[in-house]
Design a protein around this ligand. Structure first.
Ligand code: CAA
Length: 690
């Protein structure tokens, strides 16, 4: 074994030169790895005993892509293109031996090899699109030459990690080798192919699939149309498609030039900067400064859930999916039956439903009518009606029933968890687990730390979140926590704007165009205006009262803020317009024209300001945690980075100036946060607080 550098070894084994990379955690293509590959190739070519070359990785994965931390810095060491040229131009066949994930630049290295073998658990993908990029090392030109343009576009625009078996079927992998025996399997494969006919096959020379698509522009147009909703607002999917078009219509070298040009444009743009920031923000959120990673974890092998409604059922599914048994408690038998049936139906309706899998998951679920059934649970989550007195009653009972050491969690979306914890004799075991609806789908989990929550309980919940596939963000107790508190700031402004002359559809349009999936009024129509509305107490005092009294209770009644046709298509409503007009006149004001810019600033700047207040109160650990909450729970477009990142992008001076201007005109709801003032005074950004 010869060390090429600190992350690369070379050895001659069974007549094959084996280059081994070992650069934890994910063998990303840092300059060291590139240099190691270049040095390893030179050594293998010079080694007379080596008839073929294998590239294999130590640790949990094959190369998982370019080293994202190097982006934007000066190029050091061998370039990836030089490394690929050395591999592809090698007179000795080169075999990539894949385990874990071959992603991005990692798959592009493998595509420059003459052959690829993988263990069955391996996955391959080009996930650059998720970073607002495209594969910039020939991947856009080589992948379509193996799998054809349609499959290539699907892989590149979804970023999916394709299982090895499917890769084998597509020709992306040449052979599967036994799990756990990759190195030996790859060497055996290399010895097998070394006698095959020359010249060696190069992916760049495989032209039949791209030629077959030439003269068929409809392939691309249909793909664009079919995915228009998924791609809305994002630049990278379109750029990826253009590269595949180039692979079809241009010679390989020209296609490479197109790829490099478009890659450069994306890399220098703000969307990719935001998406790369989001990648690291998500991982950063998992780290809690005063709760080190090695803090004890309480084993969670059985979960109890109180409430079999939409929320409780959705929460249960997360644990059942992860193989953890769940006991769900309801008060009435019929409500319990309905809840269990809904869970089963959700599984059966899911796109990936396999009957045996549904049964396996359902077998982990037990229904009960008495809280005593939760006595041996390691974690209990209550998802009952959102009222502090009811929650306190439930926690008093849980405290008496649950075994010592059990974690007692509330799914409240904003109530005071310290108050809830105070009714128990074990406030250290009490924590908030705020799931988002639908809880089996939404990625975000706000984990709410109360005054006395222990570090073990926090660490357990952070780790458990990962186990059930959630993105967890630790927040502090305050009304609405991080997500709903900032939503409140936006909603307050939206409600004020319609009282000044803006129409609900104007506000929805501006926010939709910004990149949100839906504006607040369309959302309200979808959810139902009558949530929390009590007919008997309604007296026409608010616009909502009037709409509900007219049976305009949202989509379900065919009208709400909007009018709906039989296919639930929304139209601006003259009825709503008249109601608003009358309200404004009654208040003694005159409706005025409000520009789109004002709508955006009035809705979004207070969100940035509220985020600053949350930070100065210590209710979020870092600005990026707030962004993770808003991107994963509230539809803030990832290419706009989240409210704090966006505030930095707009410029905090501008945000502060506008807040002051609004405060002067409209009062203290716009009072700037002292932190915002301080940052502006010091010429800093939220990013500087990291
Ligand atoms: N560059 C630098 N660091 C990376 C990285 C990369 N490409 N991929 C992962 N990491 C880091 C993470 O930041 C994390 O660091 P910390 O522990 O300090 O937080 C660590 O590696 C482990 O990552 P995960 O927590 O995500 O581990 P996982 O096992 O859950 O997932 C993974 C592993 C599937 C590889 C996932 O990390 C991932 O998807 N990585 C990104 C892959 C990617 O996008 N590759 C394309 C890069 S762009 C490119 O290649 C452009 C080109 O064409 C040349």
């Amino acid at each position: 074994m010869t060390a090429i550098n600190e992350v690369t070894d070379y050895a001659l084994e069974d007549g094959v030169g084996v280059i081994t990379l070992n650069s934890p955690p994910v063998n990303a293509l840092s300059f060291n790895v590139r240099d190691g590959l270049a040095g390893g190739m030179a050594m293998a070519l010079a080694d007379e005993g080596a008839k073929a070359v294998v590239i294999v990785c130590e640790g949990r994965t094959f190369i998982a892509g370019a080293d994202i931390t190097e982006f934007g810095g000066a190029q050091r060491g061998a370039s990836l293109y030089d490394v690929q040229d050395a591999i592809e131009g090698s007179a000795k066949p080169v075999v990539a031996a894949i385990h874990g994930t071959a992603l991005g630049g990692g798959l592009e290295v493998a595509l420059a090899c003459h052959y690829r073998v993988a263990v069955p658990s391996a996955r391959c993908g080009l996930p650059e699109v998720n970073l607002g990029l495209l594969p910039g090392a020939g991947g856009t030109q080589r992948l379509p030459r193996i799998v054809g343009p349609e499959k290539a576009m699907e892989m590149m625009t979804s970023g999916q990690h394709v299982p090895a078996k499917s890769c084998l079927e597509m020709g992306l992998v040449d052979e599967l080798v036994e799990e756990g025996d990759l190195r030996a399997g790859a060497i055996a494969f290399a010895n097998k192919i070394v006698v095959e006919q020359r010249p060696l096959k190069k992916v760049r020379e495989l032209n039949d699939k791209v030629e077959a698509a030439r003269g068929h522009p409809e392939i691309f147009e249909n793909f664009r149309k079919a995915n228009a909703r998924r791609f809305r607002g994002f630049l990278a999917p379109e750029y990826n498609i253009r590269c595949v078009e180039a692979a079809v219509n241009e010679p390989f070298e020209e296609g490479l030039k197109t790829e490099r040009k478009l890659f450069g444009e994306l890399m220098s743009g703000s969307q990719s900067a935001a998406q790369r920031y989001a990648f690291f923000a998500e991982r950063q959120a998992a780290k809690v400064p005063d709760v080190p990673d090695d803090t004890a974890v309480i084993p969670v092998n059985k979960v109890g859930i109180i409430g079999a409604g939409t929320m409780g059922g959705g929460i249960a599914m997360n644990f059942m999916n992860a193989g953890i048994p769940v006991t769900i408690v309801e008060v009435q038998q019929d409500a319990l039956d309905r809840g269990l049936a809904t869970i089963r139906r959700n599984y059966e309706r899911s796109r990936t439903a396999v009957p045996a899998e549904t049964e396996a998951r359902m077998s982990r679920l037990t229904g009960a009518l008495d809280l005593s059934a939760l006595a041996d649970c390691d974690l209990v989550i209550e998802a009952v009606f959102e009222r502090i007195d009811i929650k306190k009653e439930v926690f008093t009972k849980l405290d008496a029933i649950c075994k010592p050491g059990a974690i007692l969690a509330t799914n409240t979306s904003g109530l005071n968890i310290d108050e809830i914890a105070s009714v128990t004799k074990r406030p250290d075991a009490v924590i908030g687990l705020h799931f988002f609806s639908p809880a089996n789908v939404m990625k975000l989990l706000e984990i709410v730390r109360a005054d006395h929550t222990s570090k073990e309980v926090i660490n357990t919940c952070m780790k458990l979140a990962r186990r059930i596939g959630k993105i967890a963000v630790l927040v502090g107790v305050c009304p609405g926590f991080v997500g709903n508190r900032i939503l409140g700031a936006r909603q307050r402004e939206a409600n004020k704007l319609i009282m000044e002359g803006a129409m609900p559809w104007d506000i929805d349009r501006v926010l939709y165009d910004f990149g949100f999936p839906m504006g607040p009024f369309a959302m309200s129509d979808l959810a139902g205006l009558d949530i929390g509305w009590v007919k008997e107490r309604s007296n026409g005092e608010t616009i909502r009262d009037v709409l509900c009294e007219m049976d305009r209770r949202g989509q379900k009644t065919g009208a709400g803020w909007y009018d709906y046709d039989e296919n639930r298509n929304a139209k601006p409503s003259p009825v709503t317009e008249k109601i608003l007009h009358d309200f404004i006149v009654k208040s003694g004001a005159n409706p005025r024209a409000i520009s789109d810019d004002e709508i955006l600033e009035r809705c979004l700047y207070p969100m940035v300001n509220e985020g600053a207040k949350i930070l100065e109160e210590g209710k979020a650990i870092r600005p990026s945690d707030i962004d993770v909450v808003w991107e994963n729970g509230y539809g803030w477009p990832v290419y706009e980075g989240g409210p704090m990142w966006w505030g930095d992008k707009v410029g905090l001076t501008k945000v502060l100036d506008k807040m002051k201007e609004f405060q002067g005109a409209m009062g203290d709801a716009f009072k700037p946060s002292p932190l915002l003032e301080k940052l502006v005074g010091e010429g800093k950004k939220f990013q500087d607080l990291r």
